[in-house]
Design a protein around this ligand. Structure first.
Ligand code: PRP
Length: 176
C-alpha cells in the first residue's frame, strides 16, 4: 500500500478484468466510426487501458475539462479549457471519464459533443457514485458503482497527487 492510502477499494487485478468487459460491451454495439474522447486528466490511465483492448479502427481525442480544481468536491462548474474542439462529424463518440459524481461534467460534455455534429454520443466511466446525481443523465457503461466517498488512484487525484496508483484507494485522514 502507498503512503497516505488507508485501504484499497478496487484492486489492480479487479480493475483490469473489468476493463476487458467494458471494451467488449462497447464493441458488441458496433465497431464502426468510433471516436474515443478522453476527459483529462483523470481519465488518462483508464482510457489508455480501455482503448488498447479495442482492436478496431478508431480515433482518439482528448478534452481538457475541470470541475474539482484539485479539491475534494465538485465546484459545480465545468470549465472547458481547450480553445478548439475536435471534429466530431459522423463519429460514434465514446466519452471516457474516470468517475461520475454529480454528473455535471459528463452531461455537459455529451451535450456539447451531440450539438457538434456527432453521429451519436455514449459515455463510459470507470466509477459511478451511488448517489442522487445533479443531472438527469446516466452513463452508458459503468465499471464499478461505489459509495459516496472520496477515492484516489488509477488516474484520480487529491491535489494533483496519487494518479499513478494502479488501484482505486481511499486516503487516510492524515493524508488529507
Ligand atoms: C473530476 C473527474 C471527472 C469529474 C467528475 O475531474 O475526473 O471528470 O471530476 O465529477 P462530476 O461528475 O461531479 O462532474 P476534475 O475536475 O477533478 O479534473 P481532473 O480529471 O483533471 O482531475
Amino acid at each position: 500500500m502507498h503512503e497516505g492510502v488507508e485501504k484499497i477499494l478496487v484492486s489492480e487485478e479487479v480493475v483490469q478484468h473489468r476493463i476487458d468487459g467494458l471494451a467488449k460491451e462497447i464493441l458488441v454495439k458496433g465497431e464502426d466510426n468510433i471516436m474515443i474522447v478522453v476527459l483529462l486528466k483523470g481519465a488518462l490511465v483508464f482510457a489508455a487501458d480501455l482503448f488498447r483492448r479495442m482492436p478496431v479502427m478508431l480515433d482518439l481525442e482528448c478534452l481538457n475539462v475541470s470541475s474539482y480544481h484539485g479539491g475534494m468536491e465538485s465546484s459545480g462548474v465545468v470549465k472547458f479549457l481547450d480553445t478548439t474542439m475536435p471534429n466530431f462529424d459522423g463519429k460514434r463518440v465514446i466519452v471516457v471519464d474516470d468517475i461520475y459524481d454529480t454528473g455535471l461534467t459528463m452531461k455537459s460534455v455529451c451535450d456539447k459533443i451531440q450539438n457538434s455534429g456527432a453521429l451519436s454520443v455514449e459515455s463510459c466511466v470507470l466509477l459511478a457514485k451511488d448517489k442522487k446525481h445533479d443531472v438527469d443523465y446516466e452513463p452508458d457503461y459503468v465499471g464499478f458503482t461505489i459509495g459516496d466517498e472520496f477515492v484516489v488512484g488509477y488516474g484520480l487525484d487529491y491535489q494533483g497527487k496519487y494518479r499513478n496508483l494502479p488501484y482505486i484507494g481511499v486516503l487516510s485522514e492524515d493524508a488529507i
